[in-house]
Design a protein around this ligand. Structure first.
Ligand code: HEC
Ligand code: HEC
Length: 306
């Protein structure tokens, strides 16, 4: 009897099947428990990464961005901020189309190029070794994870809690560079901006300065264009504007040049033409009208009378 169980080929096959089955079941059990285990491991890795990031932040970033990442006024912008984390906030203002996480990673790794007239007294330094900074790639990852870990609490901030610091080079007027504005509906934002524009009509001279028309155009000297200016000079604009485009008055032509500069590109500027195309959005209708009249006025005052 005993022999029959151990020696017969059939019994051996049976044993083989039974042990294989046990093996397969064990394997399945391990597989089933693997996913949660991996998740737990990832979580604890992320947790440790965030902790490492916190230490790195305290030692390297807090002097400028504040101990809790809420920024320091006039020094560096808040990162632990609704404005920073919301889609319609900082990312839109800088025109970044990628993810916020990539934006953070790149800002930390590469820093920011210095701007000649930046609103910040110091520039954001470069941190990653690959760009000449002092940190390793994993440290950049830890810092990125740490900054991104503020998302939930930052998005829960009320306008009063958001350490918003306006970016002066942002397209929206400073008055609307705040969280309260971002929380308005699209229609409410449009209405507020319209109301603002109606109440803040800038003189042509102010626009000439604040929109930096002077950087590319010259008002007084009828200099040859290649001598330093990127755009045609305006000393004699009133003489030629009416004959630039057939069937267009001088006023119509100058108006069009400002709101859609590509409609007609002045000869010799086809290749270099860089007249900004967003003045229609930046200037109100009244401002553009006044600007057109001023540019075409042969006796215009270049500086505003006090
Ligand atoms: C010397 C001051 C200084 C230090 C130190 C510094 N930053 Fe910055 N950081 C800035 C300034 C200024 C800006 C804004 C730059 C700009 O937009 O022109 C900035 C921008 C950023 C931005 C992008 C913010 C935005 O709204 O576009 C991130 C992210 C950032 N810093 C993270 C860090 C981290 C992480 C550290 C530490 C490793 C750090 N910074 C250290 C000054 C600093
Ligand atoms: C970055 C440079 C730049 C800035 C800033 C700029 N322009 Fe221009 N502008 C040009 C160039 C280049 C041309 C010629 C090419 C073309 O026709 O678009 C031009 C053309 C014009 C013309 C048509 C001139 C002609 O002789 O036919 C007008 C009018 C004009 N700009 C007005 C303005 C006003 C007003 C501003 C400020 C609100 C301004 N520009 C800001 C570069 C600039």
């Amino acid at each position: 009897m005993h022999r029959l169980y151990t020696r017969s080929p059939i019994a051996k096959i049976m044993w083989g099947i039974v042990t294989s089955l046990i093996g397969i079941i064990t394997l399945l059990l391990v597989l089933v428990s693997e996913n949660p285990r991996m998740e737990a491991q990832t979580l604890s890795w992320e947790g440790r990464s965030i902790e490492n990031g916190a230490t790195l932040f305290a030692n390297n970033c807090a002097t400028c961005h504040g101990p809790n990442g809420q920024g320091l006024l006039g020094r560096a912008p808040g990162l632990n901020s609704y404005y920073f984390f919301t889609d319609t906030g900082r990312l839109q203002d800088v025109g970044w189309v990628g993810s916020l996480e990539d934006y953070v990673r790149l800002s930390i790794a590469a820093g920011r190029p210095s701007k000649t007239d930046s609103q910040w007294p110091e520039v954001m330094p470069t941190w990653a070794g690959q760009y000449g900074g002092p940190m390793r790639g994993d440290q950049i990852e830890h810092l990125t994870n740490y900054v991104m870990n503020w998302r939930e609490s930052a998005l829960a901030q009320t306008p009063d809690e958001d350490p918003f610091q306006p970016f002066e080079d942002v397209f929206r007027p400073t008055e609307f560079q705040n969280t309260a504005f971002l929380l308005l509906s699209e229609e409410e934002q449009a209405a507020a901006l319209e109301e603002y524009q109606a109440r803040n009509i800038r003189s042509p001279q102010e626009i000439w300065e604040s929109e930096a028309c002077f950087a590319c155009h010259n008002l007084e000297v009828n200099q040859v264009d290649y001598a330093g200016q990127n755009g045609p000079n305006f000393a004699d604009l009133h003489e030629r504007a009416g004959s630039r485009v057939a069937d267009m008055t001088a006023e119509e032509y100058v108006y069009e040049s400002i709101v859609s500069p590509r409609a007609f590109v002045v000869e010799t500027y086809e290749e270099v033409g860089q007249m900004p195309e967003n003045f229609a959005e930046k200037l109100s209708e009244d401002e553009i009208q006044a600007l057109v009249a001023w540019l075409l006025d042969p006796d215009r005052e270049v500086t505003e009378e006090e």
